[in-house]
Design a protein around this ligand. Structure first.
Ligand SMILES: [Zn+2]
Length: 357
């Protein structure tokens, strides 16, 4: 079934992990054997051929670069200008993949509709380009609010104002506090440019403030439920309810620590913690119960978000295994239409609405 994944960090993997994503996952992992500089070395599950194999023909793909002030121990750049430059390198990689015929940027209704037609055609999936919608995870690299218009011009269509920790425009996961005037100015400019607000990673204070001040389209690209795993990175039932009221779609993430409680990074194993795709269905089921329908869920796997096989459901060997989800949903009693909603329909409806369809 045609599948949309609303959160992958493809360019980060290409440039910071030095992965040539045109290769099969097995070749990427083989070349990383023995490397210890990242926890997920030789454990990659995402590459472009695997996306095609799994009929994941459209993804939301990020630019990501954090700014860190003195005293902030998170990894990041020491000036917004350096962070901006990093994101421009990431854009250059996406453009290079377009030139190689591997990817194609989806940035408006016309490009979306023609891409869907291509994936519905009888052309073999192996030769179809993977569509990507450009998104920014954490807005620190937007040097000034005026930079947003430049970013929109090269295709940026969604922004999550914060990532982990304190941000220049909003506070993120594990942080607290409001967005402040700069954050409000960013939201206003996003609204003017019709850039989607990605509510993922906003801390509770900034989340409610952002929703109060933003009148454009809102989604949550990769988020799970606090009721099932109690952490500030996850959404409370009240937040889910508000997102549903605002017409949002929430992408379910496949990062093990967000799926099962009490995960200990570097120690727990997916099998030991019984973390499989059924657990994802528990989270999406929780959202559907709150919503009273299946119109607000999708996939936002994050399967290349600085983790791999060691920290994702054990029934995923590569991202192509997202194709196991429809059968699991069917087993839980979901109807064909619900399953199509989850795998692609909700993101497509959201995008067509946001882009004027
Ligand atoms: Zn994230």
């Amino acid at each position: 079934m045609f599948t949309i994944d609303a959160h992958l960090d493809l360019s980060m993997n290409a440039l910071e992990w030095n992965r040539d994503l045109r290769l099969p996952v097995s070749a990427i992992n083989q070349r990383e054997t023995g490397l210890t500089d990242k926890p997920d070395r030789a454990k990659a599950v995402v590459s472009l051929p695997e996306l095609r194999k799994g009929q994941v023909g459209l993804v939301v793909a990020t630019q990501i670069a954090r700014y860190v002030a003195p005293g902030n121990n998170l990894p990041g750049w020491h000036s917004p200008e350096q962070a901006w430059a990093q994101t421009q390198g990431q854009v250059a990689w996406y453009k290079a993949m377009e030139e190689a015929g591997e990817m194609v940027q989806i940035h408006d209704l016309e490009s979306l509709n023609s891409h869907i037609l291509l994936w519905e055609s009888h052309i073999p999936d192996e030769v179809k380009p993977v569509g990507y919608i450009l998104s920014l995870e954490g807005a620190d690299s937007i040097v000034t609010v005026e930079h947003l218009e430049r970013a929109h011009a090269y295709g940026l269509r969604a922004v999550g104002p914060a990532h982990y920790g304190p941000g220049r425009y909003a506070q993120g996961t594990d942080a607290t506090g409001l967005m402040g005037p700069k954050g409000h100015a960013l939201l206003k400019e996003m609204e003017r440019l019709n850039i989607i607000l990605d509510a993922t990673h906003l801390c509770d204070d900034s989340f409610w403030e952002a929703l109060d001040h933003f009148n454009g389209h809102i989604w949550a690209s990769h988020n799970n439920c606090r009721a099932l795993v109690n952490h500030n990175r996850q959404y409370s039932d009240a937040q889910i309810k508000e997102l549903v009221n605002r017409g949002a779609v929430i992408g379910l993430a496949l990062d093990a620590w967000m799926m099962v409680p009490n995960w200990v990074r570097g120690t727990s194993t997916p099998r030991g913690m019984h973390c499989n795709l059924e657990v994802m269905v528990d989270h999406l089921d929780h959202i559907c119960q709150i919503a009273g329908n299946t119109l607000h869920i999708g996939v936002g796997s994050d399967l290349d978000g600085a983790f791999g096989k060691e920290q994702c459901p054990y029934d995923i060997e590569t991202i192509a295994d997202l194709q196991k989800i429809p059968a699991l949903l069917e087993k839980r009693g979901y109807q064909k239409q619900d399953i199509q909603n989850m795998m692609h329909g909700n993101w497509m409806r959201f995008l067509r609405n946001a882009w004027g369809g």
